[in-house]
Design a protein around this ligand. Structure first.
Ligand SMILES: [Zn+2]
Length: 457
């Protein structure tokens, strides 16, 4: 009996080891199969050291890039230029991350049967960008330098995000020999990688902080004599705005009034709300990570705190992160996190589909409603509602002093208050002068193109 028991025990140990090994192997296989298949050098995936398969399309399925035989682009030169910072170039100066990020889904590798599901056809990454809106945006920017972007604040899809300057990847200009500065920073995706001094579009943030932190501030009156002394320094306006309500001060973009608003809020609360509202956060989606912004008032003088509250001093914003903040204002305190890849298909199979993500609540519904009312008042009372026919646009302009003898950066940010066209936008024009003159015509054209894209026109 002892012998039999000993054998049974040994057998049991053996079975346990075998089972344990199988479970371990299966676990490793399921967790790591895609990595093994995707290893650099896999002939299924790479030609040389470059990803050798996959098509990138716009939201309608229009071809942008085809990686199957080298790298080919759309036949439309304007589209190639407008999409360059998302499709990348052949030399790798502009990195487009989507194909790499979704390489496993593009191949449609199935860990159960070890097969690729695309068969003879190849995988497709579909972007949320509209080819038509991209082209319209590039034409509207003309020879201006900067970025214009529009996203749906209900779903998060980015319909348009154009960076200028750009060039045609099929006819690469002499960038190294560019002495006129026409191609300065051309390899940078300004929507994702840049940091700008925001100027007065930052007053939206200060106003939000004031409404949240200072009950009753809407009933106060703010006097502007053209100069406001604070901590021994002067905050200045281009003109004397006189006595104003908070709403009028916002419409006038009165620096003196907003210096007083900043005093009411105080540096700690201002910094806390800027952090809470995610203004300086780096966002990550679809293999893209945006540059973090900057807001620094801890060691600032009272005068510097005031300049920070009006979008100067050391303030820096990333256009994409700021767009997401505007989306939260538009969405009554919560927006949608931006994304740019809507789905990936491998043959007949959809291997990736976006999961819409709401942002955290960054302000109360009441604060967001007041911001909407004030931003709408800016458009009706100052910028001209006729620039945006048929839709209710709410917005704020900015003119950011950048120093160094350069003309100011013109900024413009806002949203469409319409359930059928829930679009938020941002326009930045470097050395553009006044936000109103440089940015409003661009925003007007691009919004119209994005609404048409939503209508499927
Ligand atoms: Zn003023």
């Amino acid at each position: 009996m002892n012998k039999v028991a000993a054998r049974a025990a040994a057998l049991l140990v053996f079975v346990l080891i075998l089972t344990g090994g199988l479970v371990f192997f299966l676990g490793e296989y399921i967790a790591g199969a895609e990595d093994w298949v995707m290893f650099a050098g896999s002939p299924h995936v790479y030609s040389g050291n470059k990803l050798g398969t996959g098509i990138l399309t716009d939201r309608e399925g229009e071809l942008l890039t085809d990686l199957r035989s080298g790298r080919t682009y759309s036949e439309d030169a304007l589209l190639r230029e407008s999409m360059l910072h998302w499709t990348g170039d052949r030399l790798g100066n502009i990195h487009a991350p989507f194909m790499q990020t979704y390489a496993a889904q593009l191949l449609g590798f199935d860990p159960v049967n070890g097969l690729y599901s695309y068969g003879d056809s190849c995988g497709t990454v579909q972007l949320t960008l509209s080819a038509k809106a991209q082209k319209e945006a590039l034409e509207a920017m003309g020879n201006k330098t900067g970025t214009v972007a529009v996203y749906n604040y209900k779903t998060g899809e980015i319909l348009c995000a154009v960076t200028t300057p750009t060039y045609d990847p099929e006819n690469v200009p002499d960038i190294a020999g560019d002495t006129a500065g026409k191609y300065t920073g051309v390899y940078m995706n300004r929507f994702v990688q840049s940091r700008y001094i925001p100027g007065s579009i930052f007053k939206i943030v200060t106003l939000a902080a004031a409404l949240e932190a200072t009950p009753g501030i809407e009933e106060l009156e703010f006097t502007c004599s053209g100069t406001y002394e604070i901590g021994g320094g002067d905050i200045t306006c281009m003109e004397r705005h006189g006595k104003q309500t908070l709403k009028q001060a916002f419409r006038n973009s009165c620096n003196c009034a907003f210096a007083q608003v900043a005093e009411h809020v105080g540096r700690e609360k201002l910094a806390r709300y800027v952090a809470l509202m995610g203004i300086t956060d780096a966002l990550s989606f679809d293999g893209v990570t945006t540059s973090a912004g900057n807001f620094e008032v801890a060691d600032a003088t009272p005068e510097q705190v005031a300049w920070s509250a009006i979008g100067q001093h050391k303030d820096q914003i990333n256009p994409c992160a700021y767009l997401a903040f505007i989306g939260a204002v538009a969405g009554e305190g919560t927006g949608a996190m931006p994304y740019i890849v809507s789905q990936v298909t491998a043959g007949e199979r959809t291997t990736y589909e976006v999961d819409v993500q709401k942002s955290d609540r960054v302000m109360t519904v009441e604060t967001a409603r007041v911001l909407r009312e004030y931003m709408r008042n800016n458009v009706v009372d100052k910028y001209g509602a006729e620039n945006f026919p048929d839709v209710e646009v709410c917005a704020k302009t900015g003119t950011a002093e950048v120093g160094g003898g350069k003309a100011p950066t013109a900024t413009f940010a806002g949203f469409v208050a319409d359930k059928d066209y829930p679009l938020a936008f941002i326009v930045v024009v470097e050395e553009g002068g006044y936000g109103r003159d440089a940015c409003i015509p661009v925003a007007s054209r691009v919004l119209k193109a994005c609404m048409a894209a939503m209508d499927g026109i």
